[in-house]
Every structure is written in C-alpha cells, then in structure tokens.
Design a protein around this ligand. Structure first.
Ligand code: HEC
Length: 187
C-alpha cells in the first residue's frame, strides 16, 4: 500500500505548488521586467536618436547600472531584477552557477530547435524563486555594440572595450540567444 501511495502524494504536492504559485510568480516577474526593460530601452532609444551608437555607448557605460539600481529600489520588498549572460560584458552580469545552468539549457533548446518558454520559474528554496525571461538579439541595432567586426560600430566599440577590456558579449548575429532577465522573488 505505502509503495503506491507515496509516489502519488509526491507528484500531487509538487504540481499543486506550481499550480498555485506559478501564475502569480510569473505575473509579478512580468511587471518587474517590464519596468526594468522599459527604463533601459527608453534610455537607449533617446541616446541612439540623439547621437547614434557612439553617444548611446558613451552614456550607456555611465548610466546603465545607475538605472538598474534606481529601478530596483522602486520594486516591492523581496523583488529584484538583473540581466545575466554567459558571454557577459559587465562582470556584474555574470550568472551564478544555478543561473548558468538554466542559460545553458535554453541555449541547448535553441540549438536543437525546441520552443523556448517565454518564462521559466525555478524554486530556489521555500518561498524563494528565480524567474528567467530569455533575451534574444531580436534587433539589428543590437549588433552595433554586440556584433562581429563587420557589424559593430568601431567608434562605439572602442569606448566599450576601454571600459570592459574582458568583454565577452560580441560576435552575435541577429536572432541569437543572448541571456536572460532574472527576477528574484522572495516571499
Ligand atoms: C550603444 C551600445 C549598445 C547597444 C546598441 C546594445 N547594447 Fe547591450 N550592452 C551594452 C553595454 C555597454 C553593456 C554593459 C553595461 C550594462 O550592464 O548594461 C550591455 C549589456 C547587455 C546585456 C547584459 C549582459 C552583459 O553582457 O553584461 C544584455 C543582455 C544586452 N546588453 C543585450 C542587448 C540587446 C538585446 C540589444 C539590442 C536590443 C543591445 N544589448 C544593444 C551596449 C549596448
């Protein structure tokens, strides 16, 4: 009797947990990412418009982390957002071991033509979650600062390389998987 009941209880308790929390966690993560993504995007857009990739790169280098800090300070308690990539430019965006695993899984899904989920929820510990939203090089304009020698803007990249001498975030093509927003939610 025990042998049959135990596995069923285990399965149902796991799926119950995700059914209850998955939707709510995803919703919270979505609105947090929208706020961060929106702030970074409008900053980038303004500067690209004003002076192209060179001005954008110059200002980006000074301000990107300040914007992220400011937006993070405005979230509800227990919520924070960052961007991570295994090919990171800013060492602050280096993934932790558990994050790198998820990124590698996504890359392998991309490589084998599997559908990549819009969001991935991982329970880190009880009442503590990380939500991943994959980022792709969806726009050609990304390549002016993350492309290869042909597609990069040389002037903009000079500024970038001076600030990040160990930059790994180049050599991308349009559509490539780039990294993820990671929302940490502690309940
Ligand atoms: C004007 C130059 C410029 C353009 C255009 C640009 N980036 Fe970046 N990107 C940077 C710089 C500089 C950093 C490092 C600073 C930081 O942390 O934001 C960075 C960091 C990132 C990161 C964080 C991970 C890391 O490597 O540190 C991601 C993800 C990213 N960029 C994706 C994109 C995508 C997607 C686009 C196109 C929509 C794009 N970038 C366009 C300059 C640029």
């Amino acid at each position: 009797m025990k042998k049959i009941v135990l596995p069923i209880m285990l399965i149902s308790s796991v799926s119950l947990l995700s059914a209850e929390t998955n939707k709510e966690i995803k919703q919270e993560a979505k609105s947090a990412i929208m706020k961060m993504g929106g702030a970074l995007k409008s900053h980038m857009k303004q500067n690209m418009k004003a002076g192209g990739p060179v001005q954008a790169a110059g200002l980006c280098l000074e301000k990107a982390s300040g914007i992220a800090k400011k937006v993070n300070a405005e979230y509800p308690k227990g919520v924070s957002v960052k961007r991570v990539s295994t090919k990171y430019r800013n060492p602050a965006n280096k993934p932790t071991a558990d994050e790198a695993k998820v990124l590698e899984q996504i890359q392998s899904d991309v490589d084998t033509n599997k559908t990549v989920p819009k969001m991935i929820v991982k329970e880190v510990s009880k009442n503590s979650y990380k939500v991943y939203k994959p980022i792709f090089m969806s726009k050609g304009i990304c390549l002016s600062c993350h492309g290869d020698a042909q597609t990069r803007n040389p002037e903009a990249y000079k500024l970038i390389k001076a600030k990040y001498p160990n930059d790994k975030a180049i050599g991308y093509k349009k559509g490539d998987f780039r990294g993820a927003f990671v929302v940490t939610i502690v309940k």
